[in-house]
Design a protein around this ligand. Sequence first.
Ligand code: CAA
Length: 379
Amino acid sequence: MNFELSEKEALLQKKVREFAEEKLLPGVIERDETSSYPIDLYREMVDMGLIGLPYEKEYGGQGGNYLDYAIAVKEISRVDASLGISFSVCTSLYGGSVYNSANEEQKKKFLKPVLEGGALGSFGLTEPNAGSDAGGCVTVAEKKGDHYVLNGAKCFTTNGPLCDYIAVYALTQPELKSKGLSLFLVEKGTPGFTIGKVENKMGIRAAQVSETIFTDCVVPAENLLGKEGDGFKIAMKTLDGGRIGVAAQGLGIAEGAFEIARKYLMKREQFGKPLYKNQYLAFKMAELECVIDQARLMLYKAAMDKSEGRPYSIAAAKAKLLCTNAAMQVTTEAVQMLGGNGFMKDYHVERMMRDAKITQIYEGTNEIQKLIISGALFK
Ligand code: CAA
């Protein structure tokens, strides 16, 4: 068992960290204030090969694995968690939905533009009355000859307002409830597919999140991914991978805030000595270092379990729980350790604290992760 990153993984981490610090850091405060999504910076991430990291080359991927992907999401989120989630939604939730269900032709058609072409993908599962209870969707897809007609609305769709492709879960047999869910690929510009309310959020403010609405939206039958009725299981499998992405996002936020606090404690002097010479603060950092380390180990285990073909649902749930709780804890403590400065936007940690909160909520609340973990304990 080797707990160190390989030379190749360490190099990837270094490359993404340098990109994030050089390119993402300068405008991150402004993007948060103005809720503006940096599509050009996102496209630079695509050109670096980040979005397709864990997929095979024939689908526009890089032939890497989920650990590479987790490292990259972490490093992006260390500086800009909004781009971190946008990346994760394209790779894990959109990419995963297609990869886990589509035939060869569909995979090439719908993965390549997102993984290597700079198109944005999104994931339409959640509805106003189907959040934690994902199987409670009411969006329907009625088969009519060689097409389906979709009617309904999804909410909280990350990348929604900008997306070129959306993986939409809709009922083909409403009477079967979640067992009647099927997956469809809807392209931007399809008549009847519109964007509703764009959300004004507490955190990840540069990420674009909206309602996505389907009104008599005609989707060709060849855009059904997988079989009718497979949708719920495809969504669950896809979310297992997505949780590794959100865990990586949480860990990145935690690492970013920790580093800001560490440097601050070394530089800032009060009562004639640097702050870290107060044992209370040094011990606080020791505790946070342990919180981050355990979260990182769990994330890397979940990512390697997935990459090497072992069951990973439970490990992904544990990683999501630990990493996102670490994000909340470390950012909250960092704001406190930086005192008045921590409350000010220039020091970044207040934004990181706001960004951290959603990681405990989306892609399955942390209560849902506990349900999954405890469910496996008492089978
Ligand atoms: N992989 C494959 N199949 C799975 C599975 C998995 N991980 N989990 C469950 N299934 C299967 C079960 O085996 C079962 O199959 P059978 O009927 O053949 O036995 C079927 O799915 C139903 O399973 P459950 O009875 O366990 O389903 P449930 O309705 O009780 O729900 C749940 C389980 C875990 C609570 C699920 O609803 C869930 O994950 N909820 C949270 C939803 C969520 O994460 N939403 C995130 C939205 S996306 C988002 O947040 C994106 C963003 O903006 C960034």
